[in-house]
Write a protein that binds this ligand. Structure first.
Ligand code: SF4
Length: 623
């Protein structure tokens, strides 16, 4: 076996109450590496075309990367993969913190969860021993309450807890999995998958050693990251203000979704920028395991809302989707909404999209506040937002419909409200706007995990004409609005690279193009960990393989390019602000998508991987 892996994957069958281990061997790890690719493999093999995401037959995979836990910046992430109750496609999400390192230090490469327990349970992994335990005492508890109970029982030292929260328990389709109290596996509704399995939590205690081929090489990479942080640009900004430090420059580029995605800029955007509110409500920062960037900003406040510092501060996306997108620019109110979502375990992006839809429907007289169980509701109304979040998490009244997602609400409130539902395949759009960033139009439409802003590099890469682009084979220089063939090429190549990062469970803030580490150092990371001599070509192929596995899972479930569509609103010119007049151009978008499928080597009719492409990538297992 190569170094870095334990050759040990836990298979937990909750229906049978059994826990077994499999040892797939070196070739398996050379092909799939870890993280999301290992997750996709087990979902591909373990589910069939009509597997319901909330059924006993869904498979959920928790997988860190080969180097996870090494004490190098950005090497701490962990991935969860399963069929998504939100999109009905494959779902996949990453979180930092310490859950990934604890799994590796517990001697595991992945945990595969099948079936459904006959009562609320939690999985305890304590070094080499794993048990399924009764969790009835956790029923209905918030994330912090459940965390406190479990750590009182099992200690906090070398311990990490992941859990679905009460929203996941109640099968809210955009429920998150929370790791400890502030790391979120968001976007795909994977908390509801945990809930459907009656698996309230996974507690991992990891005290073992990691066995890397070249420990000195690993230490040198840790030193390089620390040395390079000063003057590093984006990572240095993240250290200072976290992702909220991006609000100012993104809003000034007109790339900050506002008023239910109908505008690209809010006049009060500065109130939401990290540099503005940090002196008032900033409460320090936390870092993921071993990372010198430490971008995870905490907040605390007493007024107008009491905010504890336990559940993490709002990130850039949350400041947009629960802030400007709803015309709420009081940072304490946004922090309160963020805290509520995190403590119930719900995705802030889709929650913000849904609230935007509801507020716009009220504004246009298509629904009444009374329909939401309130006297007043609308843009700028933070109290209404809090009530919507609480009702959804508890499935109270209208919350029971909201918890089912956009299509359920359109069915309830009428087809005339569809225009105001800004989503792709059920998942709300992130703050980064395809009207301003054409690469994201492609990704939001065609990404196999739904509209994800973290699945390829954004348009600046081609505009920068930097070595960060050239190292991926992206030559030339074109403005951000460009929709050229070169832009499509940039999107495809960087999608492979980002897919590789998710396969290795690396943080893009450190390992993304032009950030702390170089492409050559990424090769070094893998080879120092494993003792292999993987080339960048082989690594990029691993990224491409993961995307094709995911797209194939979706194809098997009936998805084709016909589903790769954007909300109509995105074709309307933005009315004001720095991105005034910008929109997705229908003709350009159509041409870009044709090129995208062609560049991916997919069937031009279906937009799905051909048998030849799957074979080229060594995916005989998919056929
Ligand atoms: S940059 Fe931020 S999110 Fe990434 S590993 Fe470091 S602390 Fe975690």
């Amino acid at each position: 076996m190569p170094h870095g892996f334990h050759d040990n994957i836990l298979i937990v069958d909750l229906s049978k109450g059994t826990i077994d281990a499999i040892h797939p061997g070196g070739d398996f790890y050379r092909i799939y590496l870890g993280g999301s690719a290992v997750g996709s493999y087990f979902v591909l093999k373990g589910t069939v075309a009509d597997t319901d995401s909330l059924s006993i037959r869904n498979v959920m995979v928790i997988a860190p990367g080969v180097a996870t836990g090494a004490g190098i910046s950005g090497v701490s992430r962990c991935c969860v993969t399963a069929l998504s109750p939100l999109t009905n496609m494959v779902g996949d999400s990453q979180a930092g913190g310490s859950i990934g390192p604890m799994i590796k230090r517990a001697g595991l490469d992945a945990i595969v969860v099948k079936g459904r327990a006959d009562r609320l349970s939690y999985l305890l992994v304590d070094g080499g021993r794993a048990t399924i335990n009764d969790a009835s005492h956790l029923a209905g508890k918030t994330v912090t309450e459940a965390y406190d109970i479990l750590t009182a029982e099992h200690g906090v030292k070398n311990t990490s807890v992941m859990q679905c929260g009460p929203a996941g328990e109640r099968l809210v389709r955009f429920a998150n999995i929370m790791a400890d109290t502030s790391d979120a596996f968001g976007r795909a509704g994977l908390g509801a998958v945990m809930g459907s399995k009656n698996l309230r939590a996974v507690v991992v205690k990891g005290t073992g050693e990691l066995n890397f081929a070249n420990p000195e090489g690993m230490k040198e990479l840790a030193r390089i990251g620390a040395k390079r942080l000063p003057g590093s640009g984006f990572p240095e900004t993240l250290k200072k203000y976290g992702t909220p430090g991006a609000v100012k420059f993104q809003a000034e580029a007109g790339n900050f979704a506002t008023h239910n995605y109908s505008r690209g800029w809010h006049p009060d955007y500065l109130r939401l920028d990290g540099s503005t509110y940090e002196p008032n409500i900033g409460a320090g920062q936390v870092s993921c395991f071993g990372c010198v960037v430490g971008c995870r900003k905490k907040v605390a406040a007493e007024s107008p809302h009491r905010i504890t510092d336990r559940l993490g501060g709002p990130e850039f996306e949350t400041l947009g989707m629960l802030g400007s997108n709803l015309d709420i620019t009081d940072p304490v109110s946004v922090a309160r909404a963020n805290e509520l979502c995190n403590n119930y375990g719900m995705d802030t992006i889709t929650m913000g999209s849904i609230a935007g839809y509801l507020f716009e429907c009220v504004e246009r007289g298509l629904i009444k506040p009374n329909d939401l169980g309130m006297e007043n509701a609308g843009f700028g109304d933070a109290e209404a937002l809090f009530r919507i979040i609480e009702a959804t998490a508890r499935r109270d009244g209208i919350g029971d419909t909201i918890a089912e997602g956009f299509e359920a609400m359109i069915e309830k409130f009428g087809e005339q409200t569809r225009t105001f539902a800004v989503h792709v395949k059920g998942a709300g759009l992130a703050v980064h706007m395809p009207q301003v960033k054409p690469s994201q139009a492609i990704m939001y439409a065609a990404c196999p995990i739904g509209p994800d802003h973290m699945s390829s590099e954004h348009d600046w890469l081609l505009a920068s004409a930097s070595e960060a682009g050239r190292g991926l084979g992206i030559l030339g220089q074109e403005d951000n609005p460009s929709t050229s063939t070169n832009k499509v090429r940039m999107t495809v190549y960087s999608q492979f690279y980002y897919s590789l990062l998710d396969t290795l469970s690396l943080c893009m803030f450190c390992w993304g193009p032009g950030n702390l580490f170089t492409y050559r150092e990424l090769e070094d990371l893998v080879n120092c960990a494993t003792g292999w001599q993987m080339t960048f070509w082989e690594l990029m192929k691993a990224g491409e393989r993961r995307i094709n596995m995911m797209r194939h899972i979706n194809a098997r479930r009936g998805y084709t390019r016909l589903h790769d569509v954007l909300p109509e609103r995105l074709y309307n010119p933005l009315p004001d602000g720095p991105s005034q007049g910008r929109c997705v151009n229908r003709a350009s978008f159509t041409r870009m998508m044709e090129e995208y499928y062609a560049f991916m080597g997919w069937d031009p009719q279906t937009g799905n991987p051909t048998a030849g492409k799957l074979l080229e990538l060594g995916l005989e297992c998919a056929l």
